[in-house]
Design a protein around this ligand. Structure first.
Ligand code: BES
Ligand code: ZN
Length: 443
């Protein structure tokens, strides 16, 4: 195994699941590993405690008159459940069929480490970098980056930069270099509906009181029409419509046709707002998703019960110019209005992040496209992303810098799902990409 892959395997072995407090020690140990790696490369590296997980900052020696490039990534990962569906254990990385299989391999440790190793390679080959470089790594992206915006505000000088680069997004098809110029925003919340004081016998009491699981089903059903259009009043009010040039351009992008979406999702058919392709819906239209729903007996066989409570977890994906805080107010009003009779409602607000949209043809966008051409020897495509990286719009608002989204994760990377994977080929391309990117951004 190459030293680069050995590094990646070591990084992947940390179960740095930020949402699960049982893994707190692993998340911190992962940050310590990063500090050791970056320090070993000769970068000035600092570990900054926050109210949550630490932020890692590493820099070369900054010289006046040179461009300053900030590269962001996250060392935390999503939970692994359902564990039984993994072919090999999520934190025991393995290479099979040219791919690295592990939680975090694509999202985001493999992509992030390729930037680190690109820098290491340039430093070894040339002794220095062509730009002032700042690495900024956090351990809370998968929980909405609650402590990163305050960290940015408190460290404006430390993080001052001309442009930001991130590889934590998608690549439309193998060998097709992809520059993202937009991300959807996100707003999360959950609801608990409570009925009787305790679980009741559904024969003795069925018909006498409301059933919270029925109520949650009605509430969830009120969110969409039969085509998937969101029925919350005011939800689409500020949505920036898709541009004709964008639709034309995306129609020519390989790997994202409706047939491709059908294949990669394994769904029986596509579904969603009418009048748009699947890619258009995922990249440029807002949605309401139920991420979890529960209540009542889930064990083997039947248990005749009216459960005391039921719950649902929601996330709303947002596009320019929707504002997450405003959307959550509309959501709450909708939930209050549509809460079925006979149950009481507990609303719990969650994290959010604004959508991001930039012009990919500016000087930095062009430099990124040149670097993608060099690294992949192919013409880049320009897309928006359906996923969210909550800090990206905050970078613009707080640091005043735009972000280049240089995704390396393929559609079948199975991020957030069992059997997450990352092609060795993309890991190596990411190292080349970093080297070319710093060269091009220096120009
Ligand atoms: N890397 C993803 C986001 C992503 C993936 C964007 C692929 C574009 C293409 C990121 O780590 C992620 O999953 N973010 C969460 C954010 C949330 C938990 C606040 C998301 O999008 O669900
Ligand atoms: Zn990620």
């Amino acid at each position: 195994m190459t030293p680069e892959l050995e590094d990646l395997f070591a990084f992947l072995r940390f179960p740095s699941i930020s949402t699960d407090s049982r893994n707190a020690g692993d998340v911190r140990a992962c940050a310590d590993w990063l500090v050791a790696k970056l320090t070993g490369m000769g970068l000035t590296t600092t570990l900054h405690p926050t109210e949550g997980y630490p932020v890692v900052v590493a820099k070369n020696e900054h010289q006046p008159g040179r461009r300053t490039v900030l590269i962001y990534g996250h060392y935390d990962v999503q939970p692994v459940d359902p564990l039984a569906l993994w072919t090999t254990p999520p934190f025991e990385p393995e290479i099979r069929g040219g791919k690295i299989w592990a939680r975090g391999s694509s999202d985001n440790k493999g992509q992030m480490l390729s930037h680190i190793l690109g820098v290491e390679k340039t430093l070894k080959e040339k002794g220095e970098l062509p730009v002032n470089l700042t690495f900024l790594f956090e351990g809370e992206e998968e929980i909405g980056s609650p402590n990163l915006a305050p960290f940015l505000r408190a460290n404006l000088d430390l993080l001052k930069c001309d442009v930001i680069a991130i590889s934590d997004t998608g690549m439309v098809a193998p060998g097709v270099p992809t520059l993202g110029y937009g991300l959807r925003g996100i707003a999360c919340c959950e609801v608990i509906l409570r009925g009787p004081a305790r679980d009741l016998h559904s024969g003795l009491f069925g018909g006498a009181v409301a059933n919270p699981t029925t109520a949650i089903a009605r509430l969830v059903a009120s969110l969409h029409d039969e085509h998937g259009k969101v029925m919350i009043e005011g939800f689409y009010d500020h949505v920036k419509p898709l541009e004709a040039w964008e639709r034309e351009m995306w129609a020519k992008v390989p790997g994202v046709s409706d047939e491709d979406y059908l294949k990669v999702t394994g769904s029986g058919s596509l579904f969603g707002e009418q009048g748009y392709t699947a890619a258009e819906r995922a990249w440029a239209r807002p949605t309401a998703e139920i991420n979890g729903i529960g209540g009542g007996y889930q064990g083997e066989g039947s248990k005749t019960v009216i459960p005391a409570e039921a719950m649902a977890k929601f996330s709303f994906r947002l596009v320019p110019n929707q504002d997450p805080a405003t959307i959550l107010e509309l959501v709450k009003a909708h939930i209050d209005k549509h809460c079925p009779p006979g149950v009481s409602l507990l609303y719990i607000g969650g994290h959010d992040g604004k959508p991001y949209h930039t012009d990919p043809s500016g000087p930095f966008g062009q430099a990124a496209q040149r670097a993608l051409r060099v690294a992949f020897d192919a013409e880049p495509v320009l897309i928006r992303e359906g996923g969210s990286i909550p800090i990206v719009q905050a970078f613009r608002e707080i640091l005043g810098a735009d972000t280049l989204l240089l995704g390396l994760a393929l559609a079948d990377a199975q991020i957030h799902s069992p059997d997450e994977n990352f092609p060795v080929e993309n890991f190596e391309a990411g190292i080349r990409l970093n080297q070319a990117l710093l060269e091009e951004l220096a120009k």
